[in-house]
Design a protein around this ligand. Structure first.
Ligand code: ADP
Ligand code: ZN
Length: 522
């Protein structure tokens, strides 16, 4: 009899845990009842047990589709160590070895089979799978199936066809830590999962303190942080290999045990650095986004993003690698507006994206920028993005920001009316130049000095007007549209401010008198 009592038993005897974590029980219940289901749980929430426990209870085989090819062997070794018969098939194996494993699977030697999604493109492989008694198909990182997600992988599209071709018609369990409502809908639709079979434990990570730090010197900030938090382990993410190398060298120079991880390193070196990090032989891993998926290190105390990532989904997933043990941990974003340019470059350079995909990527970058510029609760911002209602967290850098909010309605009106005058044809740079009355060729050529809003913020620095624009965007009074060179538009809320129906408040640093003028570049 497959019931929860049996599952509880496996939890205890095979995995050595006394209690289910939130969501695990509900997911396992769906799976044991034979329903195809979707599990949305935060990173570190314990998704793997949701299919590993049923796998132990089912007579047949559980196939796990996972994009983490480089980790498959480790995962399978770890399972074998705890007495769970598992194997994997991916492109690292020769055909005779694959056949041997398939034969062993046929003879019931394994409960779990890990495969890379690319395998499902092969008709021969699907046929071979079709001869196995498959009870359950677990789809890890299921958001990869959706073009609305941030990590769409075309090979995941082959999943639904593959399932149709399997004679056993196995039930599906899709799992992800990152899905907006739209992505969740898409996963359910593509994999035929009924809405009532979705288990969503929520995205909140109460032990994670979110912080945004703007316009700080990266190296100084990191060194200072590591001094105050001496001996604590963490990850520093950067967008480019070059920056990863630079930060690693900088830390090493300051006698901090750090290593680099990015796709440009030889496999052996990458593996070595990863192990050094997992076994606490180094304190800090400096990495591109190539590092982290599937890494189960519990005592990561901080994740610092030295450069802004391209999407809020990616940010939260990477940040969530801090504090898997449930202890208080920090997720810090060091934000400079010019780093958005690196992400724009990535989007422009990508050859995989069609126009629509490119536009979606720009929109996601916009959200990331809003996160960096919002004065509201950071956790609430993220949860809201994932479609979850919540109260301010009381822990993030914005909740703890005790500066008094000032009424900036008049300044906001100046900006908004300038944007209206410019008929939504220009971006932040030009808007700030027009407002501050800058003289340059572009302004002259377009006769922008003739506008009534030209120079109405004269005397202010372009940079601070730019920051006001970012603030107004994050607060929802302005929006940027378009791709590489987004243009500004006034939103409905912004229109209300222009009509004097709404006041705008902003927390600002106290005005310090400047002795020397600073450069005014945007
Ligand atoms: P996810 O895939 O959701 O990020 P994992 O499945 O890797 O998370 O689980 C994260 C960690 O939590 C693992 O070390 C796992 O052994 C542990 N874990 C999972 N379920 C439980 C439980 N019920 N009790 C205690 N620890 C658990
Ligand atoms: Zn907060």
């Amino acid at each position: 009899m497959l019931d929860l009592a049996a599952a509880q038993q496996v939890l205890k005897t095979t995995f050595g845990y006394d209690e289910f974590r939130p969501g695990q029980r509900a997911v396992i219940e769906h799976v044991l009842a034979g329903d195809s289901s979707l599990a949305i749980m935060p990173t570190g929430g314990g998704k793997s047990l949701c299919y590993q426990i049923p796998a132990m209870l089912f007579d047949g085989i559980t196939v796990v589709v996972s994009p983490l090819i480089s980790l498959m062997k480790d995962q399978v070794d770890a399972l074998n160590d705890s007495g769970i018969p598992a194997t994997f098939i991916n492109s690292s194996l020769e055909w005779p070895e694959i056949q041997e494993r398939l034969a062993a699977l046929h003879d019931g030697a394994y409960k779990l089979l890990y495969v890379a999604p690319e395998r499902l493109d092969s008709a021969a492989f699907i046929q071979a799978l079709g001869r196995l008694p498959i009870d359950l198909l677990a789809v890890d990182e299921a958001h990869c199936i959706s073009q609305w997600g941030h990590d769409f992988r075309p090979s995941y599209l082959a999943l639904s066809t593959a399932i149709e071709q399997l004679p056993t018609q196995p039930q599906v369990l899709a799992l992800t830590a990152t899905a907006t409502e739209q992505v969740a809908d898409d996963i359910r639709q593509q994999l035929n999962i009924a809405p009532q079979n979705e288990v969503n434990t929520g995205f909140a990570r109460d032990n994670l303190n979110l912080t945004v730090v703007k316009n700080q010197d990266t190296d100084r900030y990191i060194l200072e942080y590591l001094k105050v938090n001496a001996g604590e382990t963490g990850i520093i993410y950067a967008s480019t290999r070059k920056e990863v190398e630079r930060v690693t060298k900088m830390l090493t120079r300051h006698h901090i045990q750090a290593a680099a991880y990015h796709a440009g390193l030889p496999d052996e070196k990458r593996r070595q650095n990863q192990e050094d990090f997992l076994y606490d032989r180094i304190q800090v891993m400096v990495a591109t986004n190539a590092f982290g998926m599937g890494i189960d290190k519990s005592n990561v105390r901080f994740v610092i993003h030295a450069q802004v990532p391209g999407t809020l989904e990616a940010y939260y997933q990477e940040a969530g690698r801090a504090g898997r043990d449930g202890l208080p941990s920090e997720a810090i974003l060091l934000f400079r507006a010019q780093d958005l340019q690196i992400q724009r470059f990535f989007i422009d350079q990508s050859e995989e994206m069609d126009e629509e995909h490119r536009q979606r990527s720009y929109d996601k970058l916009q959200v990331m920028s809003q996160y960096a510029n919002t004065q509201g609760c950071l956790q609430q911002f993220i949860l809201n993005y994932f479609g979850e209602e919540s109260k301010p967290c009381g822990r993030c850098s914005n909740c703890l920001d005790d500066r008094e909010a000032q009424d900036v309605t008049t300044a906001a009106q100046k900006v908004l009316s300038c944007v209206v005058r410019l008929r939504a044809r220009y971006g932040k740079g030009i808007v700030a130049q027009v407002l501050t009355g800058a003289h340059n060729q572009r302004i002259r050529e377009n006769h922008l000095e003739e506008l009534p809003t030209y120079g109405i913020m004269q005397g202010q620095r372009q940079k601070s007007v730019g920051e006001l624009i970012d603030f107004l965007s994050a607060a929802g009074y302005l929006q940027s549209v378009g791709g590489q060179y987004p243009t500004l538009q006034v939103t409905t809320n912004g229109a209300a401010v222009l009509k004097g129906e709404e006041q705008v408040y902003r927390k600002m640093a106290r005005q310090v008198k400047r002795l020397a003028p600073e450069d005014d570049e945007l």
